[in-house]
Each structure stands twice: as C-alpha cells, then as structure tokens.
Design a protein around this ligand. Structure first.
Ligand code: RET
Length: 275
C-alpha cells in the first residue's frame, strides 16, 4: 500500500470525478493520435520524426491512462454509501515508469524542431535524457514513501528537483541556441512552447507533494486533476504546438504539402477569406 489513494473512502462524486478525469485523458490522447498520424504526411521529412514522436507519446501515455482508469474502478467498489478499497490497491507508480519513455520523446521532438541534427542532437539529447531519468528514478523512489514517511518523500523529491533544474537549464540553453536558426515569429512560438513546458511540468511535482499538504480524499481528487491537466498540456497541447512549428518551418523551407495544408498556396480556384 504505497500510495495515499488506498487510505481513504470516496463519495460517489469523488470516485466518479477521478474516473471521468482518467477517461478524459484517454480520449484526449486518442484523438490527438489520429490528428498527429494524419498531419505527419504534410510535415517535411526533416521534421517528421518530431510528429512521429508525438504519435509514440500518445500511444504510450494513452495506454497507461487506460490501465490507470481500469485499476481505479477495480480497486474500489461501492459499499452502499461510499467507494472503499477491495483486495486490490491503486498505484501512481505506473506513471513514473511511463515517463521513462515519454519524456525522452518529448525532449527529442523539441530538439528536432529547434533544428539540431547529427552530433549536436545526439549530445544534447543524451544529457537531457540522463537528467530526466535521474529525476524520474529518484521521484519514483520518493513516492514509495508517501504513506509511511513524508520526510523521505521530501528528501527524494529534493534530489529529483536538482535533476529537474539541470534538465530545464539544458532546455533553456538549447532553445536560446536553436532560436538563432529561426525568424522572429517562429522563435516567439518556441518561447510559447517553453512557457507551456514550465507550467505543465511543474504540476507533476505539485501532484507528488499532495500527501504533504492535502492528505485526504479531496487531495486524491486534486492530485488526479493535476495529473490530467499536466498530461493534456505537456503532451497533447505541446505536441500540437510542435507540429504547427514543424509544418510552418516545412512550408517556409518550400515544402509544398505543408504550404498547401497551411493554406499558403492557391489550390485550384482558391476562395478562402484571408486578412
Ligand atoms: C517528480 C518528483 C518530485 C520532484 C520533481 C518531479 C518532476 C516530475 C516531472 C514530470 C514530468 C512528466 C511528463 C510526462 C509526460 O509524459 C518526479 C514528480 C521535480 C517534471 C512531462
């Protein structure tokens, strides 16, 4: 019984809120998967790996959410008044394991649209992935203590945060470098991606700390809500922004399918309204 989710009983409203949040996450990832699959053909080959990585993230994270939603409804059963624990337990640990795959994909797709290639891409990706794995592994260990010993949760959380800061520093440096290859509008869009990352990625450590500041059934609902907002922002919305930047750069480099899908060339009798 490693996670606080197993300590409480849930009202019908609390139980269903979590069920709905997890299911909404599944829907968002599946819908985005279809979009990324369709869009990848319009992205120039140079940037196509970025869109392919979004597809991988959607499948990987979508599947984890299906299993989290199933686990939630299996682990708790209605006892006439509330939902209480059965002979199964719920665990957030699966998420951490999943991040070992999804975070490297998210970071690599950023490097690709920042126009890093060859050895520069390899060395930046290596350092980013190593610091991300350091952050995840220490965070995984920390969350195992959230029921028994919150001081250990805090210590491992602090170690994990050191890796998080290093990773963000490398991301910031890569963005500053990559922006030099872009015009002002595109680099503005890249900065929006950076701020989205800062917002969404910070929600995960807040969710990690819920046992410290809200150790209750409401805290559990808050944690799953934080995870859902973070998941949709850091993967789905992020992927949409990355795909747009990939399409935009493809079009600017003269790639016709991207120009067509963005409506930047006339297709037959073009009757579009523009301003
Ligand atoms: C942990 C432990 C506590 C300290 C910190 C953490 C950071 C987690 C992050 C997770 C990002 C996840 C993403 C997943 C995408 O699939 C591990 C909770 C700083 C930043 C983007």
């Amino acid at each position: 019984m490693k996670n606080i989710e197993n300590l409480f009983e849930y009202s019908v409203g609390q139980f269903e809120a979590i069920d709905h949040l997890l299911t909404m996450g599944v829907g968002a990832h599946l819908a985005a998967l279809v979009f990324f699959l369709i869009m990848s053909q319009f992205v120039a080959p140079k940037y196509r790996v970025a869109t392919a990585l979004s597809c991988i993230v959607m499948v990987s994270a979508g599947l984890i959410l299906v299993s989290q939603a199933g686990l939630w409804t299996d682990a708790f059963k209605f006892n006439g008044t509330n939902y209480s624990l059965t002979n199964l337990t719920f665990s957030n640990g699966f998420r951490y394991v999943n991040w070992m795959v999804t975070i490297p994909c998210l970071l690599t797709q950023l490097l690709i649209i920042l126009n890093f290639r060859g050895s520069a891409l390899k060395s930046k990706a290596t350092w980013l992935i190593l610091s991300a794995w350091g952050m995840i592994i220490t965070g995984y260990i920390g969350q195992l203590y959230e029921v028994e010993d919150t001081s250990k949760l805090m210590i491992w959380g602090a170690i994990s945060t050191v890796f998080f800061i290093i990773m963000n520093f490398i991301v910031g440096k890569a963005i500053a470098e990559g922006k030099k290859t872009m015009d002002a509008r595109t680099s503005g869009r890249v900065m929006n991606v950076f701020w989205l990352m800062m917002f969404a990625w910070t929600l995960y450590p807040i969710a990690y700390l819920v046992p410290v500041f809200m150790n209750s059934a409401d805290g559990v609902v808050l944690r799953q809500a934080l995870f859902t907002v973070a998941d949709i922002s850091s993967k789905v919305i992020y992927g949409l922004m990355i795909t747009y930047i990939a399409l935009d750069q493809s079009a600017k480099a003269g790639y016709l399918p991207a120009q067509k899908v963005l409506g930047r060339v006339a297709i037959g009798t073009d009757t579009d309204l523009r301003n």
